[in-house]
Design a protein around this ligand. Structure first.
Ligand SMILES: Nc1ncnc2c1ncn2[C@@H]1O[C@H](COP(=O)(O)OP(=O)(O)O)[C@@H](O)[C@H]1O
Ligand SMILES: [Mg+2]
Length: 371
């Protein structure tokens, strides 16, 4: 709870009748941080954002803005702004008047407002559009104006709830860069809600990965990708193989597992004793097929499926009753390989992540078997 934090969430819980939308959410968000709330639909992202905005009251816990408890401060008196997916621009007002609106509410005279409006229009790359009406703008331009309007009164934090959700894929990717550049330039704290893991990974300083109201992990994109705290996080971010295993040996620093009668080494601390049932995880892009150099884990497998995806191939390798998928860059793909071939699949001990088997119930599956 330092004064240089933009937002402190302290044990924040929100219940709606029998639904617990958010459970004991605690974190400190630094000034200028790009912080994302990521998770599947219904996990509590919007509710968390609405509590910060003052649109919902926490059932338990407290929220601090720039070090001060705002639990009893109404939404319009909090120094934060929210950007929604549907822009919410006033259709009958020009771009200039739309951006002037929040300043007018604060009784800032037009003479003082003018230069500030010019500055934010420049920031979102929309100079020269001041006299247009919202209907004369494209979706991406409207979103920029909505952003300019929410930045003009210099809030302590900007809260964005799936702001790019209505845009098509290419425009969304372009707007992600625009948003990130703007955030970097103004140095404002962004709290960004998305269910799109790529969006969160590419834009954020830190991400809270949520499921059923619970933040499973709050960490940097790198940490979340390489050291997922739970099997849910491991499955929600990136593309992961999951197979069952049994712990054979564990010295606290590395462990040896049995997977389909083969020995698999994991070079990391695993909190499971000998004989424990485990969920063994390896990223698909860390799997190698017939590598030249020696790798700690190497097993013989049958190629059961090959899918060409342009930049890469996805090869499904059958080992006993389990399948491991390897994603191999197209330039490095051995052209002679065919379905039914026997190959050696290999992966480093450092790339093996292990969870208790019970966590398998939290794994988000997008594979055909899950349908
Ligand atoms: N006003 C409300 N009344 C009752 N339940 C709600 C209300 N708002 C949200 N919920 C429930 O809280 C949970 C989290 O919702 P929400 O925060 O909107 O999730 P997300 O934004 O991650 O999709 C869901 O189960 C949702 O149905
Ligand atoms: Mg939502």
């Amino acid at each position: 709870m330092k004064a240089d934090n933009a937002i402190d969430l302290v044990g924040v819980t929100k219940r709606f009748d029998e639904v617990t939308a958010v459970r004991e959410f605690s974190t400190e968000i630094k000034k200028g941080e790009f912080f994302s709330l990521l998770g599947p639909s219904g996990c509590g992202k919007t509710t968390t954002l609405r509590m910060i905005a003052g649109l919902e009251v926490p059932t338990e816990g407290s929220i601090l803005l720039e070090g001060s408890d705002v639990s009893s401060t109404p939404a319009h008196r909090r120094n934060v702004n929210t950007v929604f997916q549907d822009y919410a621009l006033f259709p009958h007002m020009s771009v200039w008047k739309n951006i002037y609106f929040p300043l007018k509410m604060k009784k800032i005279p037009r003479s003082e407002a003018g230069p500030r409006i010019e500055r934010v229009l420049r920031l979102v790359n929309m100079e020269g559009f001041a006299n247009r009406l919202p209907q004369q703008l494209s979706g991406g331009q409207r979103q920029r104006i909505a952003l300019a309007r929410s930045l003009v009164n210099e809030p302590a934090a900007l809260l964005l709830d799936e702001p790019l959700g209505a845009l098509d894929f290419k425009l969304r990717v372009a707007m992600q860069k625009v948003l990130k550049d703007i955030q970097r330039n103004v140095g404002i704290t962004f709290i960004y809600v998305t269910h799109d893991q790529t969006e969160a990974m590419t834009m954020s300083d830190r991400i809270a990965v949520m499921k059923d109201g619970l933040a499973h992990q709050i960490a940097s994109p790198d940490e979340i990708y390489n050291n997922p705290a739970t099997a849910f996080v491991a499955s929600f971010i990136g593309d992961m193989n999951f197979v069952h295993g049994t712990v054979l040996e564990n010295d606290g620093k590395s462990c040896l597992l049995d997977v389909e009668g083969r020995k698999v080494r994991a070079d990391r601390a695993v909190d499971l004793g000998k004989g424990a049932e485990a969920l063994v995880c390896i990223r698909t892009e860390r799997m190698q097929i017939n590598p030249q150099r020696s790798v700690e884990n190497r097993v013989s497998a049958e190629l059961s499926r090959i899918v060409y995806r342009g930049t890469d191939y996805e090869a499904t390798c059958r080992i006993g009753r389990s399948e491991l998928r390897a994603v191999v860059q197209a330039v490095g793909w051995p052209p002679e390989l065919r379905v039914g071939d026997t190959v050696e699949v290999a992966w480093s001990a450092g790339d093996v992540i292990v969870f208790p088997l019970e966590e398998e119930r939290d794994v988000i599956k997008y594979s055909a078997e899950a349908l």
